[in-house]
Design a protein around this ligand. Sequence first.
Ligand code: WQD
Length: 344
Amino acid sequence: MPDGKILVTGGLGFIGSHTVVELMQAGYEVVIVDDLSNSQLFMLDRIEQITGRRPSFHRVNMQDEALLDQVFRQEPGIAAVIHFAAFKAVGESVKEPLKYFRNNLLSLIHLLQCMQAHHVSRLVFSSSATVYGMADVLPITEDAPFKKALSAYGSTKQMGEEILEKMAQAGIVNAIVLRYFNPVGAHSSGLIGELPIGVPNNLMPFITQTAAGIREQLMVYGDDYDTPDGTCLRDYIHVVDLAVAHVKSCDKLLQQAGNGHLDIYNVGTGNAISVKEMVHAFEQCNGVSLNYHVGPRRAGDVPALYADATKAAQELHWQATLGLQDMVTSAWNWQKNLAKNTTD
Ligand code: WQD
């Protein structure tokens, strides 16, 4: 059993809940902080059902530094923190930028302040491939420069990385930044998965809700891109693979000596999948037919973005093991269970 607790902020959210499960199954003791602004308390029961243990849970909004500090005082022995808690709706962030700057930046700053006060230096930061913007070279490597962010959400991820860079240079933190590509899928148990509020913006929840009859029709945003079938290419990554990358990051941070390290990793499969390929894989693997039509391009979409994930393989000893079939079948399994539970 690894020594020390892992504090997971946003631990009841989509990626957070899967990471908590993988951490607990690897023998880590987990403490969750979540304000339930985009998650549900029943995820805690589900985590317990899967792992046989209930992690410690604190309902705290991290914009309140004093409350967050109380968690550090009540939970001595935190060895590392994984910071997921943030707003993530790209479109909303364009309309309400201040909401994103306030929440995502203040939460990170308060966390760093508490970590420093309680002598916790190890941090895994949830970043996004969004920081790359329109790529000049594909597959993209971690040393590609940032392009101007198109959304406030993207800006907060870029700024978050910059804050950590300066904190590491000052020798205050040891951080691992994980740049996620497109997380999809759900746990094989069907007990945890994504819970989008309202009309989903992302492709996979829109597909599953269309298949379930919640949405009438899926719109494919443009088929006139310069790609093999004209639709955009993305690097979809199974959320359980992504969760495992966080466990490997904790393992690495706990083994590292000294302060001031900052390592950045792409977390993707390296495979470019088009929107149409995703739609057809979903239909074929699940034996369902999707009502979709091709519409105009969506503003802000880049034609293609996929990872060079070599660095994570070499330094984190991590690589994706779950393919497209696992992604589409687990996502559909989760959606079907969700429909059952909400009609209970
Ligand atoms: C994927 C592809 C769409 C919906 C965003 C954020 C990123 C990260 C993940 C973080 C694109 C197409 C989509 C639909 C469609 N977010 N599409 N019809 O835009 O690559 O990345 O989510 O938390 O930061 O930018 O993901 O799932 O929205 O889109 O045709 O109804 O599916 O055009 O090509 P995206 P996405």
